[in-house]
Design a protein around this ligand. Structure first.
Ligand code: KIV
Ligand code: ZN
Length: 388
């Protein structure tokens, strides 16, 4: 029996902190509805104390979705928590998410507080949140650069004060997968009341390790992954939902973990986000990029035509894409051309295919990609040309 991992989507909060990714309240509601269809467990809708606009979009999202938890981010301050709760109180499943930094660097230089003061603040904030709802998450900001024993004490006191989820963020994307997994194992063993809460991870992508660190932490026992669609987020972004979910799905015996995400909704969700924020999905992006299911090399195309599992570890349909694309270029082989010609509804003899193949190779040296129109022109020119 595989164990369940909760998917906490923060596209509308951390994702929106991605420079240029601002969304209107209506656009956020549209995205939230799609996230509900996608099947995430928790939507972090925003940071209500940040602005009146953020408050309003969180309130609208809380009213718009029913089958998913709605979280509001709040600093560890009573005023923030009250404002956050006011925005989500009518949600079917509200969650208060409060955070406070626990690394020496942040406590000293950002907060100007001693470790003792930080502990007191966290206890007071979580207790206050727990007096408003039973669904409280506490995040130890910059956890991966915090002193592990102090971090364990912070997790323990947060759970004691009423946190049902404790989050271990790699706020600046500094952690390495094996080291981060070790930290999670250490906390699960050291925090006395760890069984009373879900341990979450929230990994940033500064070194491109967001998804790798998240997966390593899940393998080590964390049970909530905080992710964003397409990996958008502060600076280089967050661990991407599609990479984490599809890694778990593609390697079931390795992880033995499952999520409630309907993977066929992944591509439509990322496309919708891309249209809303006006940022195209890079063609080389894993899983959702244009090239992720496109094959150009002749050897690969030949393998794919015989058995798609040779070069595809998941089907495009499994993430909601139409199909595999055979791209003709200078690396393509005769088999791919033959199948393209048939797709275009031409019946050519082997000699005619040879003629068109030579013409394709010649064109591919001058042009990066060969489109269907090009192939058709080459067929007409080389096979059906009426002599002058
Ligand atoms: O990266 C981070 O530490 C955060 C927290 C607010 C969870 O976004
Ligand atoms: Zn973050």
């Amino acid at each position: 029996m595989s164990e369940r991992v909760y998917i906490f989507d923060t596209t509308l909060r951390d994702g929106e902190q991605s420079p240029g990714a601002t969304m209107t309240p209506q656009e956020k509601v549209r995205m939230a509805r799609q996230l509900e269809t996608l099947g995430v467990d928790i939507i972090e809708a925003g940071f209500p104390a940040a602005s009146d606009g953020d408050f309003e979009s969180v309130r609208m999202i809380a009213a718009a979705v029913k089958n998913v938890q709605v979280a509001a981010l709040c600093r560890a301050l009573t005023t923030d928590i009250d404002r956050g709760f006011a925005a989500i109180k009518d949600a079917a499943h509200p969650r208060i998410h409060t955070f406070l930094a626990t690394s020496e660097l942040h406590m000293k230089h950002k907060l100007g507080k001693s470790p003792r003061e930080v502990m007191d603040m966290a206890r007071a904030a979580v207790s206050h949140a727990a007096s408003l709802t039973t669904n409280v998450e506490f995040s130890a900001e910059d956890a991966s650069r915090s002193e592990p024993e102090f971090l364990a004490a912070m997790c323990e006191l947060a759970i004691e004060a009423g946190a049902t989820t404790v989050n271990i963020p790699d706020t600046v994307g500094y952690a390495q997968p094996a080291e981060f997994a070790e930290l999670i194992r250490f906390l699960l063993g050291r925090v006395k009341n760890s069984a009373k809460a879900v341990f979450a991870v929230h990994c940033h992508n500064d070194l491109g390790l967001g998804a790798a660190n998240t997966l390593a932490a899940l393998a080590a026992g964390a049970r909530q992954a905080e992710v964003t669609l397409s990996g958008i987020g502060e600076r280089a972004g967050n661990a991407s939902l599609e990479q984490v979910v599809m890694a778990l799905r593609t390697r079931p015996t390795y992880y033995n973990l499952e999520t409630s995400v309907d993977s066929e909704q992944i591509y439509p969700s990322c496309r919708l986000l891309s249209r809303i924020i006006g940022m195209p999905i890079p063609p080389y992006q894993a899983i959702i990029g244009r090239n992720a299911f496109a094959h150009e090399s002749g050897i690969h195309q030949h393998g794919m035509l015989k058995d798609r599992r040779t070069y595809e570890i998941m089907t495009p349909q499994s993430i909601g894409r139409a199909g595999t694309e055979m791209v003709l270029g200078k690396h393509s082989g005769r088999h791919a051309l033959k199948s393209k010609v048939e797709q275009l509804n031409y019946r050519l003899t082997d000699e005619q295919i040879d003629l068109v193949f030579a013409a394709v190779k010649e064109l591919a040296d001058r042009k990066k990609q060969i489109y269907d129109d090009d192939v058709e022109s080459l067929i007409l020119e080389n096979v059906f040309r009426i002599p002058d």
